[in-house]
Design a protein around this ligand. Structure first.
Ligand SMILES: [Zn+2]
Length: 159
């Protein structure tokens, strides 16, 4: 399983140029492919763990929500975009389904993902745990709440 946040080997994500992120969302929403479509840009709003995109006068929203909306599958309030592919940065509408956080966690456990955390990911948990909640870390890295909690607690003890 590829490490979260790495779009392409050796290629660092860069900031989207004006209008580029919106065009990417429009394109990915129309794609007819089963390949993962990894968000290629740095988050617009600084270091937000989940990629977000401007929503006109409504501030920002997660890129996955924007793609689903563009594909005609607007999420209801309280719903989130869950992944069938376990790639937190993937925005392929075919890999996204509307659900709750509880469903997400349960499905993740059923699929057997995510208590396995690579060394690189542990470093990322440690880095994020300085500023992020456990829930935010688990969502950003696509690991279980429990794995994120375990490693961020460990990080605090060591620090
Ligand atoms: Zn995917």
């Amino acid at each position: 399983m590829p490490v979260m946040g790495r779009v392409k080997e050796g290629v660092m994500p860069r900031k989207a140029r004006h209008g580029e992120a919106k065009r990417w969302v429009e394109r990915v929403a129309r794609l007819q492919t089963d390949e993962c479509q990894m968000w290629p840009f740095l988050a617009a709003a600084g270091e937000t763990p989940r990629p977000v995109i401007g929503r006109g006068s409504h501030g920002i929203w997660p890129v996955t929500h924007a793609v689903l909306d563009q594909a005609g599958r607007t999420l209801a309030p309280g719903e989130q975009a869950n992944h069938t592919c376990d790639e937190a940065l993937c925005c392929n509408p075919r890999h996204l389904y509307a659900g709750t956080q509880q469903q997400n966690t349960r499905d993740a456990i059923l699929r057997g993902r995510r208590n396995v955390v690579s060394d690189e990911m542990i470093q990322e948990v440690v880095r994020l745990s300085a500023t992020r909640t456990v829930k935010e870390i688990s969502e950003a890295l696509g690991i279980t709440y429990w794995a994120a909690r375990y490693h961020s607690r460990l990080a605090r003890k060591v620090a």
